[in-house]
Design a protein around this ligand. Structure first.
Ligand code: NDP
Length: 297
């Protein structure tokens, strides 16, 4: 068996297209332009790349992009004052504080100072609680992207055995919650899990969010299972230079799985697309307007 490759790049383009259509409608029919504010503290090179990419894609779908770049030594009071200003700005419908923050800043405090309805990353404790109780919330972008691809491929996920490897607050836990909300039987595996291969072998759906290059081999995968690879790891090539790989060993998994996301070009492109989707959703909710279909959980 050779797995069907789930093309995250193409899927993300479709999501961005739906967002752009809805933004155009909001502008034409209501004179509203959704706005996303991104706050970057410091000069972390990877974060700078992400922020640039987010700003570019925000503008491409017709939304307003507001970038706030603060020096690495910004104190907490200054950052909280900026967030308060954005919370109160009616032109701003989504606020994202790029993580990680410099060590002297309290990430939990900062994230929880964002108004939950503008928290397009879905990390505020109120949104975590709403998701956990099956209520309408802002859903973290990476797991939302994974869920969209799974729903698109399978239709209903009801009754499927899902194993999520990784229990981080940004990927593993919200992913497990989303799968549970879609009536999967969910197992969350982590570094203390006993006999991980056996646990993974039971899964109809495997979501790997570990941060360990090519850790999951094909022999752990049940024939025909769907494999969603969240990992992004840069490794050295034998001939020199580097390349990106996921948390699953693609070469062996593609031979057993029913469907698989590649790295790059799988989950990665979906994350920013879902950020844009969350921003348009937040804008509609703020204005009491109908939300776009299929862009949220
Ligand atoms: P974290 O480091 O926060 O979490 C990793 C999780 O993996 C932890 O729960 C850890 O367990 C678990 N783990 C580590 N080693 C093992 C092991 N040997 N066996 C089983 N479980 C293990 O990572 P993130 O969730 O933030 O990210 C995971 C991956 O996803 C990374 O490669 C990251 O780059 C990528 N990523 C990709 C995104 C995208 O847009 N595509 C977005 C976000 C992340 P424990 O809790 O016990 O320590």
């Amino acid at each position: 068996m050779t797995a069907q490759v789930i093309d995250g790049k193409a899927f993300a383009a479709t999501v961005r297209g739906k967002v752009a259509d809805h933004v155009a409608k909001l502008k034409d029919e209501h004179g509203i332009t959704p706005g996303l504010a991104v706050v970057l503290v410091g000069e972390d090179p990877a974060s700078q790349v992400y922020v640039r990419s987010k700003g570019k894609q925000t503008v491409e779908v017709g939304m307003n992009s507001y970038e706030h770049k603060l020096p690495a030594d910004t104190d907490e009071a200054t950052l909280l004052a900026l967030i308060e200003q954005l919370n109160n700005d009616p032109e701003v419908h989504g606020i994202l504080v790029q993580l990680p923050l410099p060590k002297h800043l309290d990430e939990d405090l900062v994230i929880n100072s964002i108004t939950p309805s503008k928290d397009v990353d879905g990390f505020h404790i109120s949104n975590v609680g709403l998701l956990g109780t099956g209520q309408k919330s802002m859903v973290p972008c990476t797991p939302l992207g994974c869920l969209m691809m799974l729903r698109d491929y399978h239709g209903s996920l009801s009754g499927m055995n899902a194993v999520v490897i990784g229990r981080s607050n940004i990927v593993g836990k919200p992913m497990a919650q989303l799968l549970l909300n879609d009536s999967c039987t969910v197992t969350i595996a982590h570094s203390r899990t006993k006999d991980l291969p056996e646990v993974v072998r039971r899964a109809d759906i495997v979501v790997a969010a570990v941060g360990r290059p090519e850790m999951v081999p094909g022999e752990w995968i049940k024939e025909g299972a769907t494999v969603i690879d969240v990992g992004i790891n840069r490794i050295e090539k034998p001939e020199g230079g580097t390349r990106l790989v996921g948390d699953v060993d693609y070469a062996s998994c593609v031979k057993v799985a029913g469907a698989i996301t590649p790295v790059p070009g799988g989950v990665g492109p979906m994350t920013i697309a879902c950020l844009l989707a969350n921003t348009v959703t937040a804008c509609c909710r703020a204005n009491g307007l109908t939300e776009p279909q299929g862009l949220t959980a």
